[in-house]
Design a protein around this ligand. Structure first.
Ligand SMILES: CC(C)(COP(=O)(O)OP(=O)(O)OC[C@H]1O[C@@H](n2cnc3c(N)ncnc32)[C@H](O)[C@@H]1OP(=O)(O)O)[C@@H](O)C(=O)NCCC(=O)NCCS
Length: 210
């Protein structure tokens, strides 16, 4: 999606930036992990296929992706952005007849960053972005039956199980964004700041050259 190509979202512990070409090599390294492939139900891709995927995530109107950065590391301009990468978060508009329905995916790829509240914070930030900028009214999460951490996280965020698919060994959880959910989401993400991504990158580089 082009809408977020110059958007940076700043939270408490994370910064979300658009998925760019320079992020692909690290992303590709992550996805070689059999554990991550299994947890995210992903097939391994070649580096060229990963670049094609990045392009499609950037250009297709039904996909919105942010890379998750460690805010503390990123605050140091001498640390390359790629070295601050922690994971990614996606919204997919899966039903061409209903653009208000979004599938949500999140991956904290770096194991040392899991279990510290980042998944919850990023999911809330992405939901707030989806509701306010993309007009999402219902979120879905499709999760492997064995991925208890992810299932627990989405249930904590008030998603409810609507179905299980024994063939794909996955469960579908949903959250409808009514007025009270919307109000709560906006409250929870009230600290989130939206910035101009390119300008922020330039300011980081300027700080470095001073
Ligand atoms: C699933 C995932 C996104 C959760 O993110 P996270 O940053 O690790 O989770 P958080 O620290 O925000 O915790 C969220 C909730 O998950 C649950 N949780 C987190 N770690 C847990 C653990 N080790 N065991 C059981 N539950 C756990 C807790 O209920 C927690 O809420 P609480 O702290 O209020 O009790 C992350 O672990 C991940 O990306 N894992 C690998 C890839 C993956 O599974 N992606 C999801 C595919 S659908």
């Amino acid at each position: 999606m082009k809408i977020n190509e110059n958007t940076l979202l700043e939270g408490h512990g994370v910064v979300l930036v658009p998925y760019n070409v320079n992020h692909v090599p690290r992303y590709h390294e992550w996805m070689k992990s059999p554990e991550l492939q299994q947890l995210t139900a992903s097939e391994p891709l070649t580096l060229d296929q990963e670049y094609d995927m990045q392009k499609s995530w950037r250009e297709d109107d039904d996909k919105c992706t942010f890379i998750i950065l460690d805010k503390q590391r990123w605050a140091d301009p001498s640390v390359e952005e790629e070295q601050c990468m922690v994971g990614d978060v996606n919204i997919f508009l899966t039903d061409p007849t209903d653009p208000s329905l979004a599938e949500l995916e999140i991956m904290i790829a770096e194991p040392s960053y899991r279990g510290k509240g980042i998944g919850k914070e990023v999911t809330r930030m992405m939901m707030c972005y989806g509701v306010t900028k993309l007009g999402v009214r219902k979120f879905q999460a499709k999760i492997g039956l064995e991925n208890q951490v992810s299932i627990t996280m989405f249930k904590k965020l008030h998603f409810q199980e609507v179905s299980q698919c024994p063939v794909f060994k996955e469960v579908t959880l949903e959250l409808t964004v009514d007025e009270s959910v919307r109000t709560k989401l906006l409250d929870d993400a009230a600290h989130m700041k939206e910035r101009d991504y390119r300008q922020t990158c330039s300011s980081r580089h300027e700080l470095l050259s001073q």
